[in-house]
Structure formats: C-alpha cells, structure tokens
Design a binder for this molecule. Structure first.
Ligand code: NAD
Length: 372
C-alpha cells in the first residue's frame, strides 16, 4: 500500500518526544517529505536528521503547503496557533493531523469543522487519550459490563507543574508559562482529562466547578474541583491540583465505581488496570503498554486514508472536550452549573484579540481567533 507523504509544521517538544518516535516506527505507512518551523536553525537540523534536501526545509508553512506531493500534514504548533495553522492546511486541501486542542475556543473549533465540511479533507485530532491502551481497556471493561452499570467516578490529577516544567516538562515553553488562551494549563491538560471522561461516558450534561485563584501566570486556578454529570446518570468528581505532590502510594488516580465492582488506574504510566468486585471474586490486574496512543493514532489516520476506516478522534469529539473544559473554567468564574453543550454563551468572553510574542524560539505565539 502506498505510503502517506507527510509534511510537518512545528518541530518542538511534541515533535521530538511524541511524533518523531511514533513515525520512526511507522516507516511502512508514512514518508516525511517536508518539514517546517519558524526557527530556521531547527528546521535545517531536523531536515538533515531526516535526510531531506535543504529545499524541503521551510520556515513558512504557506510555501510548504503549495507542494503537490504532500498528501497530509501534521500541525504541532503552540495552542494559540492551532486554529490558523489547521485552517491553512485544510484550505490547501491536504489531510490534517492536528495536535490538541483543535483550537483554543469552541467557536474556533466549530469554524474548523465547517471549513473541513466544505472540502473532502480528512482531519484527525491527535488526542492520544482516545488511543492509549489503558483507556481502550477500561472502556471495554465498562461496555462489557464488568463492573455492572457505572455510577460514580473520582478522577484526580495532582502535579507540581512548575517544578516539572523546570525539570524539562512541557511547561518549560514560554507560551505555556504565559498562555494567550483561556485557562492556561487547565485548558492544555484539561482537554486530555475531559477526552478521557468523554471517551468512557459520552457527553457531560452539566459541570459545577470551584477554583482556588492562583496568582500564577500559567493558570487562573492552582486547584480546580468539579462535579460532572454525564449521560446515563453517571456522576463524579474531577480535580486538578497544579501545585502539589502526592507523597503516599497508592495515588488517588482514576476510580470508576459500578453496581458490581470498581476499576482503578493509579496513573497512566503504571502499566496495570485493576478491577475488583463487590462479590467474592478475586481482583484482577490487567497489564498494558503505556504511551502507545501516539503510535495508534497514526495507525488510525493511515487506516482512514488508505483502508476506508473511520477516524476515532474526530474534530467533533475534540470540540466537545474543549467545550467541557470551557464549562469548567466558566462555572468556577460564575459560581453556577454549566451545560457544556451550550458553550456559545460562556465562551464569548474568551475571544482574545491578543498578539503575544515571546522571547525565544520555543515559544512564538499569536492569537488565533480570527475565524475568516
Ligand atoms: N498530545 C499530547 O500529549 C501533547 C503533548 C505536548 C504537546 N501537544 C501539543 O502539541 C503542540 C505543540 O506543543 P510543543 O510542546 O511541541 O510546543 P513547542 O513550543 O515545543 O513547539 C512548537 C514549535 O512550533 C514552532 N512554530 C510556532 N509557530 C509556528 C509557525 N507559525 N510556523 C512554523 N513553526 C511554528 C516553534 O518554533 C516550535 O518549534 C501544541 O498544540 C500542544 O498542545 C500535545
């Protein structure tokens, strides 16, 4: 089967740590033919590393997008540029793998979906959560009735964000430290958290959140606690604490309680999903390989282009994730419960006509809310 000729836009951390290693394992399915980054030195280095000719290294993606041999493009740019870059790729009639979040507001995500619908282009949002083996396993356990009907969940994320950033985490980028999009890291990480909940339980019907104002540049709240209600009367708490560390094992993690038992995932890289029962059946730990979502999502995209498969991580689902995070942020601000599906009202305040430039190349960022 013919390989997909791929162009890459944005050669930062997501490229180095996530996409380049996955693509290296998928050489039978993808051929990288062009790369682009604003940083001229970086793009030359990557082109050299990939064995591409110098003329296939671009600093302007609009030039790269004129190439007829490129069939699909990966967009791996800072969040506030996701919209503009994705729109340019779709307008060039190339298929798109867009990093999450699809855009930084639900309105912008909706506009991209409309733009896609006016073309024959296929778009996948690289939301690895929908492809991680532990999540597929948990979803199968739920849908096969292993714990009976799910009723209640606890989903807790505790991180010392600044310390992790200083130790080389993704938060080291200036655009994350001084975000030009609503919610800061609550949006950046929160879309992953909501993608997981929505992958298991469908749409959230209402959220009610309380935040602890932070005084931090990278997030409006240092801790946000939410009550979420989903389809099928499933209810639970989601907490995201950005300035803490769990010092005792086991971690709170993710716990899903059903009529007959419980599923427990301590953290995404732990390698085991635990399932225990209310009756006297013994509990079971099922192993999985962590971090495979970046690989499986590219397999999915290939299947969609070459084998007539359906994309799992659609822009529509990604928009729902963004809407749910917005509802959480807005609920904390207003002190009232919000239905994420009615996001128009809540997001108007966040159309940010702001242009920000950052001091080094890891970091450039502009706002993206110009929809036309
Ligand atoms: N799925 C995940 O788990 C995951 C993890 C990390 C990042 N991401 C996503 O990946 C994207 C990139 O994040 P990152 O950590 O790699 O950021 P980064 O700052 O490390 O890299 C972004 C790169 O894009 C380049 N760039 C910026 N604007 C550009 C433009 N207009 N044209 C060409 N190049 C441009 C920058 O020079 C930089 O090299 C974000 O959307 C982020 O949300 C996803």
């Amino acid at each position: 089967m013919q390989r997909i000729k791929l162009g890459i836009i944005g050669l930062g951390l997501a490229w180095e740590r996530l996409h380049a290693p996955a693509l290296a394992r998928l050489k039978d399915k993808y051929e990288i033919v062009a790369v682009c980054d604003k940083d001229a030195t970086k793009v030359k280095e990557v082109a050299l590393f990939l064995g591409l000719p110098e003329e296939s290294a671009y600093t302007d993606y609009n030039k790269m997008l004129t190439r007829e041999d490129i069939e699909a493009v990966e967009s791996l740019v800072p969040i506030s540029e996701n919209f503009e870059t994705a729109a340019a790729v779709i307008r060039s009639r190339k298929h798109l793998i867009a990093e999450k979040p699809l855009a930084s507001t639900p309105e912008a995500a909706r506009a991209l979906i409309q733009l896609r619908d006016s073309t024959n282009v296929k778009v996948m949002v690289a939301e690895n959560i929908r492809y991680e083996e532990q999540n597929v396993l948990i979803k199968n356990l739920i849908t096969s009735g292993q714990i009976g009907n799910p009723i209640f969940f606890i989903d807790t994320h505790i991180v010392e964000y600044q310390q992790e950033s200083e130790r080389g985490g993704f938060g080291q980028t200036h655009w994350r430290q001084e975000p030009a999009y609503a919610g800061g890291v609550i949006m950046d990480s929160g879309v992953h958290h909501m993608a997981r909940m929505r992958y298991f339980f469908g749409n959230a019907l209402s959220v009610y959140a309380k935040g602890r104002p932070s005084g931090l540049s990278f997030a409006p709240y240092s801790c946000i606690n939410s009550l979420l209600n989903f389809d099928e009367n499933i209810t639970g708490h989601y907490s995201f604490f950005l300035v803490g560390k769990e010092t005792q094992a086991p971690l709170v993690g993710l716990r899903i309680f059903g009529t007959h038992g419980e599923i427990y995932l301590e953290e995404p890289n732990c390698g085991f999903v635990n399932i225990s029962y209310k009756d006297d059946r013994p509990s079971v730990a099922i192993s999985y390989t962590p971090g495979e979502g970046y690989y499986h999502e590219l397999e999915d995209f290939y299947a969609a282009l070459r084998l007539g498969g359906k994309i799992e991580s659609t822009p529509e689902k990604a928009m729902g994730d963004i809407e749910t995070v917005f509802a959480i942020i807005e609920s904390a601000r207003l002190g009232e419960a919000i239905d994420p599906r009615k996001s128009e009202r809540v997001t108007q305040a966040y159309v940010l006509p702001r242009v920000t430039s950052y001091p080094n190349s890891r970091t450039d960022s502009r706002t993206e809310n110009r929809l036309s």
